[in-house]
Design a protein around this ligand. Structure first.
Ligand code: GRF
Length: 201
């Protein structure tokens, strides 16, 4: 039976991408990775893709004179690999409207806090955990949500809470949240994979 095909967009090391791949190989996630795209040529996630025989491409807006050409390149790459669901995994670029338009409710992101708290422009990476600690929040967590034109704004799909410890610093908190991300993202993807299997996707 054919599986839900993922197109993963990532900018960095791609630990979430690796966790999704592991969940798939462990039989916990009923999808397959069709393609990985990064805006950084040297991104660890591209290296990982090549080592694992996954089609991998460096596509960045700087390579094109017009933004429309960049959007067309991303769209072509996703459609050539027959992607059903676009998965942002540490992708540090905003998704343009032309891409949102062809994947309505089919682009998801993971954020390292419980949205709508600690989200929005500038809230990424250690900035999120720093803000959580400065605010004195006792609970933070992970949110998987649909992507819409606003940062960290689309409807929530899945959340997992993570306790903030008295002696946490940015490093310890981000490591605990990242672990929760790895345990959560593939479960959100499974919701789509189940719909796909039931022909309701
Ligand atoms: C994660 O914390 C994710 O929530 C955020 O970017 C980070 C990416 O980490 N969107 P990695 O590249 O998957 O390790």
């Amino acid at each position: 039976m054919s599986k839900l095909i993922l197109g993963i967009l990532a900018s960095g090391n791609g630990s979430n991408c690796r966790a999704i791949h592991k969940a798939i190989t462990d039989g916990l996630c009923k999808a397959q990775i069709g393609v990985i795209i990064s805006n950084h040529a040297e991104a660890g996630v591209l290296q990982f893709a090549r080592e694992n025989g996954i089609p991998a491409f460096h596509i960045a807006s700087e390579q094109f004179s017009e933004i429309s050409e960049f959007h067309a390149a991303i769209k072509n790459c996703l459609s050539q690999h027959q992607v059903h669901l676009v998965v942002l995994a540490g992708y540090m670029k905003k998704i343009g409207k032309p891409i949102l338009d062809i994947y309505p409710n089919r682009i998801i992101n993971i954020h390292p806090a419980l949205l709508p708290a600690f989200g929005g422009k500038g809230m990424y990476g250690h900035h999120v955990h720093q803000a959580v600690l400065e605010y004195g929040a006792k609970i933070t967590g992970v949110t998987v949500h649909f992507v819409d034109p606003e940062y960290d704004h689309g409807k929530i799909i899945l959340q997992k809470a993570v306790e903030v410890m008295e002696d946490d610093n940015v490093e310890s908190l981000s490591a605990r949240v990242l672990k929760a991300e790895h345990e959560t993202y593939y479960k959100a993807i499974n919701l789509f994979a189940n719909e796909y299997a039931e022909n309701t996707f």
